[in-house]
Ligand binder design. Structure first.
Ligand code: ACO
Length: 336
């Protein structure tokens, strides 16, 4: 019987870093407002022609080297992003070409902030069923080019950062519970709330003629819309609910878990989930202070930083949870 485990992890953020102070004038905001409401101190935004797959490439190279694998060992690429290089083809194809891995399957998934957990479930299933041996699972975003960076867009623009996280899921014979392996995941969606956090255009749902028109641009339909309060309320409830169920189903208590890697939308969301579940603050590894919300990249980016910080070591039990546009949400449990 096969199991999958994380054999390598890598991450990359662009060099250009912007503090809240750097945004104060252009967005009519303040460091105090952003920090109090979200916990964010700074974020990274790309410069020039850098695309999402460029960030993913750097994160993937680090993941390969951390796994001690050659790029030719990769059998499949799963790319989670809501900010692709282009509308089509998917960024997985661009990344595949940049890695020089002609021929292997590469595809994108569009699960927004829950993208990494959805991707993890797919990579794990491919490996468990014997289809692939090593799957490269990347979460990468360039948000900065898709934000309304005027005072009108400040409620959303201050939240998001650019970055990438990559993991390699590899195959092993099922062994003892204490060995590294993906244990469980729990995934959900509720499309009734699709328009509480979304980008309307371009899209075929916009009327009879065009996916994008000057009128849509004028109305700023190509920028994200977010009902912040609804998102906050649902995120807290759903992340706690899903993670509690995952722990319960696997006979694991909060005390048994060594580290929690949560999606990084808002520090207050994570604090609230921790409080509801009785998780000691030091067990939650947050990175939103430094990166803002990098949606599909937050969990693997946090994983890489936790390893670097000495907070995550092989054999540790890790709980994960995420919530995002869709609404989509879920949780996961693994022995790292
Ligand atoms: N700087 C200064 N003032 C601002 C800013 C800003 N960047 N943005 C909004 N404001 C003002 C508003 O204009 C409003 O002013 P008013 O009272 O004079 O009208 C006031 O702040 C309150 O605005 P709200 O939108 O009601 O602010 P709220 O307290 O709800 O906080 C926030 C907004 C932080 C986004 C909150 O709703 C939240 O945390 N939501 C969760 C959503 C989230 O974190 N999303 C991240 C992406 S989604 C995901 O990854 C799941």
């Amino acid at each position: 019987m096969w199991q999958s485990y994380i054999s390598g992890v890598g991450a990359y953020v662009p060099e250009r870093s912007l503090t809240n102070f750097d945004l104060e004038e252009s967005l009519d905001t303040s460091d105090e407002w952003i920090q109090q409401r979200t916990g964010i101190v700074k974020r990274h935004w790309v410069e020039g022609g850098v695309a999402t797959s460029d960030l993913a490439l750097k994160a993937s190279e680090e993941a390969l080297s951390s796994a001690g694998l050659k790029k030719e060992d990769i059998d499949c690429i799963i790319f989670a992003t809501l900010s692709p290089d282009h509308d089509f083809p998917g960024s997985g194809c661009f990344l595949q070409a940049k890695l020089g891995l002609e021929g292997i399957p590469a595809f994108d998934i569009r699960q927004q902030c829950t993208g990494y957990l959805y991707g993890l479930s797919m990579a794990d299933s491919f490996i468990k069923s014997g289809v692939y041996k090593n799957v490269l699972l990347v979460g990468a975003e360039v948000h900065s080019k898709g934000l309304d960076r005027t005072p009108e867009g400040r409620n959303v623009a201050v939240l998001f950062g650019d970055g990438a996280g990559a993991t390699i899921l590899s195959r092993k014979e099922a062994g003892a519970d204490t060995e590294s392996h993906i244990i469980a995941y729990d995934l959900h969606a509720d499309g009734q709330h699709a328009k509480e956090l979304w980008v309307a255009a371009p899209g075929t749902g916009n009327g009879p003629d065009h996916r994008l028109s000057p009128a849509m641009l004028e109305e700023k339909l190509h920028y994200p819309f977010m009902n912040g309060r609804q998102v906050f309320m649902h995120a807290v409830k759903r992340m706690a609910e899903s993670l509690t169920n995952t722990l319960k189903k696997n006979n694991v208590t909060v005390d048994d878990v060594d580290l929690f890697l949560f999606h990084q939308a808002n520090l207050r969301i994570n604090d609230k989930v921790g409080e509801m579940m009785g998780i000691p603050a030091e067990k939650v590894f947050n990175t939103i202070q430094d990166y803002g919300n990098t949606t599909a990249a937050t969990i693997p980016l946090g994983m890489r930083d936790a390893v670097k910080a000495g907070k995550l070591e092989k054999g540790m039990l890790v709980g994960m949870a995420a919530f995002g546009s869709g609404f989509t949400w879920g949780s996961g449990l693994m022995r790292y």
